[in-house]
Design a protein around this ligand. Sequence first.
Ligand code: ATP
Ligand code: MG
Length: 267
Amino acid sequence: MTTATATPILQGRDLVKTFGRVVALDGANLELYQGEVLAVVGDNGAGKSSLIKCFSGAHTPDAGEMHVMGEKVEFKSTNEARRHGVETVFQTLAVAPALDISSNLYLGREKRKPGLLGTVFRTLDKKRMRQESAQHLKDLGISTLQNITQAVETLSGGQRQAVAVARAAAFGSQVIILDEPTAALGVNESARVLKMIQDLRDRGLSVILISHNMPQVFEVADRIHVARLGKRAAVVTPQSHSMNDVVAIMTGAMKVPEEEQQLTPVR
Ligand SMILES: Nc1ncnc2c1ncn2[C@@H]1O[C@H](COP(=O)(O)OP(=O)(O)OP(=O)(O)O)[C@@H](O)[C@H]1O
Ligand SMILES: [Mg+2]
């Protein structure tokens, strides 16, 4: 596959999103390719969450086009985005604290018992969900969760994040979007989440990582999409630009000519 002809797995063209008089997205573009980690960085209010919410099905853009694997899409719900293989861990973590790990993984897509028990009486197949959850976490290399029946509210912040990422990575997703997954985490827990992101990429999935943490971005990103004032200011790489450069692009102090940007995949 030559990089010049690769089709983006996610593509946004001239996306606009306004909230009353606030312009969150002002003609934003985005391309995500298969098997890459694309970091999305930018100052507070630059439109990062608004941008990914269009692809998550949480927002409907006012104008612009979105494509998933070359197919034009207009998501009306997060479930619709999920059906296209796009899973999101939102900035405000969406887990059900009182439920156990296995129930969280299957939230909204519970498995029913076979036969009449499941189809008529809607009885949940808890045993099967627990077995499959345990296997799934093992496949993802998550070993810090020992008891699949533990309530999520009793987990540490990093373990909770791991459940949210595991949930997103389950069920044949192609694209995982993570909005500030390590913002509330300690050093070890952050390292685990970063490791998971790299593992997902190595399994061929595509990841969008929104983060304010420059060292983490430079550690895991293949490409860095810099958002500014509701637009894409530039796409660079950890090799082509320094952390200071990226901050300068975020604030508008540095402009990068298009021929010096990395608009196609690096791997
Ligand atoms: N639901 C909403 N209603 C009104 N304004 C909104 C809404 N969501 C976002 N905005 C506004 O749109 C702009 C972009 O917000 P967004 O959340 O996308 O920024 P962000 O880049 O994710 O910032 P942060 O780094 O702080 O998370 C901001 O000015 C914000 O106040
Ligand atoms: Mg945000």
